[in-house]
Design a protein around this ligand. Sequence first.
Ligand code: 5GP
Length: 212
Amino acid sequence: MSSKAKLFVVSAPSGCGKGTILAEVFKGKDVFYSVSCTTRTPREGEIDGVHYNFLTDAQFENMINNNEFLEHAGFVGKYYGTPKGPVVEKLEKGIDVILEIETQGAFQVKKAMPEAVLLFILPPSVKEIDRRLRKRGTETCDVIAKRVAEAKGEIEKACKYDYVIMNDALEDAVNDFNTVFESAKAENNVADKFKAGNKDIIKLIDEVLKNA
Ligand code: 5GP
């Protein structure tokens, strides 16, 4: 395996704008963006094999039994998982890999591959997540309520990540993400102010939770 290939694990609550940030950060970069499997229903415009591999429960459970996942988890009543084969193959070829997954899966990856870099994107507040999900309009009120409740639990776990940034203004979030990405690749300390153990970051997480 090339010593330079990195596995980046990015988590953020639903409606946090992570899709937009990731698209900006990795535009034109030679990275492999892992396509997850899920048993949830496709949203309008989502393409099977591009946004997700949309599976039945039986197909997903078959993959679990065959040990085909690097990690998998239940989220708001549906399965989500990262197929192991493509991730290992790209890393072996020296290509950086990006996983965009929730917290339970992120910790499974860290356990299996301790060299993985975990980044959490904070929303400005939990109220803002609720607002963005309602505006997006892709989920029912019931699912939105479950996702908002899930978001609080996820934010509480942000302190266990390697790095934490906030998506308050898109341009700043993209710049901060780039700083973390480049610093983790270069293995320098340029992004240390985004380290989860930093007291300013701990304060930031507390503030977001207080605004829940
Ligand atoms: P959504 O249904 O909004 O696409 O995703 C719901 C949550 O599942 C998000 O937090 C997303 O990051 C996470 N997720 C997507 N793919 C995976 C995966 O392969 N594994 C895990 N553990 N979570 C995933």
